[in-house]
Design a protein around this ligand. Structure first.
Ligand SMILES: [Zn+2]
Length: 95
């Protein structure tokens, strides 16, 4: 019964994907373009849809991902995302 799994706290870590293999694979996908990525601001984003940009190019709509969709681990908090993005929720609303 040596359940020595270590659940890491998400205190300012940018090593997302450590909660489970599924997320790790989804982020590192070598056979596909991952839709879950870490932004330059250290916020973990997932692409939730496609949008047509002004120049007609297709773009991806990203939204901060707070919980792992595979195992349910909290990856980052709203407060953390706010701090990293400077107040907004980091959603790409085309402001
Ligand atoms: Zn997970």
């Amino acid at each position: 019964m040596a359940g020595d799994e270590t659940i890491q706290a998400t205190s300012g870590t940018d090593s997302f994907g450590s909660c489970c293999e599924d997320l790790e694979e989804a982020m590192s996908g070598s056979e596909f373009d991952p839709l879950i990525t870490v932004g330059s601001n250290g916020v973990l984003y997932m692409s939730v849809g496609q949008i047509e940009l002004e120049d007609g190019e297709p773009g991806l709509v990203d939204h901060p991902m707070f919980f792992c969709p595979f195992c349910g681990t909290e990856l980052q908090t709203v407060e953390e995302v706010h701090a990293k993005t400077g107040g907004n929720n980091g959603a790409d609303n085309g402001a």
